[in-house]
Each structure stands twice: as structure tokens, then as C-alpha cells.
Ligand binder design. Structure first.
Ligand code: DLZ
Length: 167
């Protein structure tokens, strides 16, 4: 029995038009074998399903997940509100030390604070997993996997549009 299989996931909702949006993606380079399919799935969905123009998708990388909040903040501030949403992508895999717990907690809070303080949707594309297998399945690699990068694209477009109405 596959204990990873549950009823989790976003309900299919309204189909949003992302053709007028500018989206920034900041991804970590740690665990690149997982980051790559997540990033590809995310961009593919933004372009093919939501009509976001390739020229309006800005992709930057940082060394690891720890650096995600700082660089997302830089882009939001230096971009002077020109990004309708920022997607932070990282993969944290639990090891034998407390490293995972410290980074995971801090990065999560920092991304949430950044989003609420700047009124810019910051999409939480950080996987916090116990092992490589869990990470790969969530990047759509392997049987029964699902690419969470696609869900982050959907969240970015929906929140980008919803926020645009108010700002
Ligand atoms: C150091 C480190 C470790 C051990 N594990 C990960 C990880 O699983 N995922 C990740 O994104 N980054 C990891 N890093 C790197 C840190 O996030 C950070 O880049 C460095 O500590 C430099 O600040």
C-alpha cells in the first residue's frame, strides 16, 4: 500500500489568465536533481496553461534554501512592485543533524513575513522532506509522483491576479 497517496491537493478552480502578469522565480541550487524538474514543471504550467509570457518570467538562482527569503526580498524591493508574484523554490532533505529543522523553520517564517509585509504573493515552493524518494516523487519523478512545481505556478497566477485587483 502506498502511504504517500492521500486526498491532498488543490481543488481545480477558476482558470485564470496570466498573460498580463510578471512572475519572478527564485530557486536554490541544492538538490539540483529535484530542483530542475520542479522548475521545469512550474515554468511549463505558467506558459502553457496560464499564458504567462516567457519574457515576463524572471528566473534567478541562489546557493541554497537559506538564501531564498533574502533574494526574494531583493527582487521585490528592487523591482518596485513590478512582480505580481514571486515563487521561491527549494528542496530541504532531512539529514542526521538539526540543520534541516533550523533552516526549514526560518525559511518558512521569513517567506511568510516577506509576503505579508510587502503585499506581494510569495509562493512557498519549498519541499521539506525526509528522504530523496519523497523529494523526487513531489517533483513528478517516479511512478505515482506529482510535480508540485505545477501547483506553485497555479498559486502564483491566482494570487498575482487577486492581489493586482487591490494594489
Ligand atoms: C548546507 C545545506 C544543507 C546541509 N542542506 C541543504 C538542503 O537540503 N537544501 C538546501 O536548499 N540547502 C541546503 N544547505 C545549504 C544552505 O541552504 C545554505 O545555502 C548554506 O548554508 C549557505 O548559507
Amino acid at each position: 500500500m502506498n502511504h504517500d497517496s492521500t486526498i491532498k491537493g488543490i481543488e481545480a478552480g477558476e482558470k485564470y489568465d496570466g498573460s498580463g502578469l510578471r512572475i519572478a522565480i527564485v530557486h536554490a541550487r541544492w538538490n539540483a536533481a529535484v530542483i530542475k524538474p520542479l522548475l521545469e514543471g512550474c515554468v511549463r504550467k505558467l506558459v502553457n496553461e496560464y499564458g504567462v509570457k516567457t519574457k515576463n518570467i524572471i528566473i534567478e538562482s541562489v546557493p541554497g534554501s537559506w538564501e531564498l527569503p533574502g533574494h526574494c526580498q531583493t527582487l521585490i524591493r528592487k523591482g518596485y512592485g513590478s512582480y505580481n508574484a514571486v515563487i521561491a523554490i527549494g528542496v530541504l532533505i532531512k539529514g542526521k543533524t538539526m540543520h534541516f529543522e533550523y533552516i526549514s523553520e526560518q525559511v518558512s517564517s521569513a517567506l511568510m513575513n516577506l509576503s505579508t509585509e510587502t503585499s506581494t504573493p510569495v509562493i512557498y515552493g519549498v519541499l521539506n522532506v525526509l528522504n530523496d524518494e519523497q523529494a523526487l516523487l513531489r517533483a513528478g519523478v517516479g511512478e505515482g509522483g506529482h510535480n508540485h512545481g505545477e501547483d506553485w505556478a497555479a498559486a502564483a497566477v491566482e494570487m498575482g491576479i487577486k492581489t493586482k485587483v487591490w494594489i
